[in-house]
Design a protein around this ligand. Structure first.
Ligand code: SF4
Length: 413
């Protein structure tokens, strides 16, 4: 959206600056995000009482009525309307205010393609390839806010990546709401792996990173084709959510802990420098001490490099919010702390195994301390001092030590 406005000659300012138009891209993933979205919408009008305040995005999509009652908001637009935001703003009238505009996102069958955009980041670009999700996990509101799976046409994706690679971008991160479902809505069979193969052929792209993926995507056939793609980064973010099969069932995650472990073992066999990260929810309704222990022991066995820990929070409109045996905040806090400690321990141990090893780094920027900072293919942060400008270069370095969750290295001469 920023890019649409920039291209049309608008100046983008900080939220705290006085602006003529405020566009709040709202989030609704938890009840807390709803609250934050409402707060920031009201705040916008306080910044400039004459400004046009527009609510777009997921919260606007699922809670039109609620937002219409907030007098500080001039216009509410749903997820489908984002792509036409410029037209709505430029043709804004008081009448439109009364109407607002929320399509039934569940009926939408086409991917809302913003087309190619210009990137401010010089090294890495995030490429969205699909929208929507058909999985309906019991705690999640996203399918209702984003609708069914809609995939972006491969030609549009390839064109965009080719263009940005000409501008110097070396790494692309493939994202979406549920990337594993890419292509599910196409008439002719064309899946994520087909897309990755095409991207791998783009000469100036050196790395392809996969955003969060669902474990069930990783089949034997997928791995067989994936390992042939030399540009795929050896870092996978596999959302696990719980290490206990019973909890997973209540979450409607459609895989068991045992199946997940099998997938991890296959991936580890395929890539010896593989790094795995994950998301875990603690305190899901009905998670007993025994279930949490099972999760803890499972995570201790799998040894993820890093874990993002979320304390379960009720989301109105989801099945889980109505489940019995909601877990107290105190218990969620204790479980979260325990898992965060485990995550930090794993991260440190893992980093230490890299001391004296050589790694290849794509450097992105120079930090305040004068270090050039970049990432390895498996997403470790590496810093080096150098007289030569290393930004946007791939360079081999030797790791000397680990410090504050980064690796400090020297250039191999
Ligand atoms: S797969 Fe992800 S986006 Fe889809 S319902 Fe589950 S948690 Fe939500």
């Amino acid at each position: 959206m920023i890019q649409l406005f920039r291209n049309a000659g608008y100046k983008i300012v900080d939220f705290t600056d006085k602006s003529d138009i405020y566009i709040i891209n709202t989030c609704t993933v938890t009840n807390m995000s709803d609250r934050k979205s409402r707060h920031i919408l009201r705040q916008a009008k306080k910044n400039n009482e004459n400004a046009l305040v527009v609510a777009v995005g997921c919260y606007a999509q699922v809670a039109k009525k609620e937002l219409e009652e907030i007098p500080e908001i001039d216009l509410v637009l749903g997820t489908n309307e984002k792509i036409h935001i410029l037209e709505y703003i430029e043709n804004y009238t008081e009448n439109l205010k009364k109407e607002n505009k929320i399509d039934d996102v569940m009926q939408n069958k086409n991917y809302g393609d913003f087309g190619s955009v210009t990137y401010t980041e010089k090294t890495r670009a995030v490429i969205k390839v699909q929208d929507g999700c058909d999985r309906f996990c019991s705690y999640c509101i996203i399918p209702y806010a984003r609708g069914r799976v809609r995939s972006r046409k491969p030609e549009s994706i390839i064109k965009e990546i080719e263009e940005i690679s000409e501008k110097g971008i070396k790494e692309v991160v493939i994202t979406g709401i549920h990337v594993a479902s890419y292509g599910k809505d196409f008439k002719e069979k064309f899946e994520l792996i087909d897309l990755l193969e095409k991207i791998n052929n783009i000469k100036k792209i050196k790395r392809i990173r996969l955003g969060s993926i669902e474990p069930l995507l990783i089949t034997d056939e997928f791995i067989k084709r994936l390992i042939k793609l030399e540009k795929i980064c050896h870092h996978f973010h596999l959302s696990l959510q719980s290490g206990c099969s019973q909890t997973l069932e209540r979450m409607n995650r459609r895989y068991s802990a045992e199946q997940f472990e099998e997938i991890v073992n296959k991936l580890r066999k395929a890539y010896d420098d593989l790094i795995l990260t994950t998301d875990i929810i603690v305190g899901f309704p009905g998670e007993t001490n025994e279930e949490f222990e099972i999760t803890y022991n499972f995570l201790n066995k799998i040894k993820f490099y890093k874990m993002h820990i979320f304390k379960y929070s009720k989301r109105r409109g989801t099945k889980a919010s109505l489940m019995k045996d909601q877990v107290s905040s105190k218990i969620k806090e204790e479980r979260s702390k325990k898992l965060l400690e485990l995550s930090d321990k794993n991260e440190n141990e893992y980093l230490n195994t890299y001391i004296n090893k050589s790694v290849e780094v794509l450097f992105e920027e120079k930090d305040e301390e004068g270090y050039y900072k970049g990432h390895t293919s498996n997403y470790l942060v590496v810093k080096v001092k150098s007289d030569e400008n290393l930004c946007n270069k791939i360079q081999k370095v030797t790791v000397k030590k680990s410090e504050k969750l980064s690796l400090i290295a020297e250039i191999i001469k």
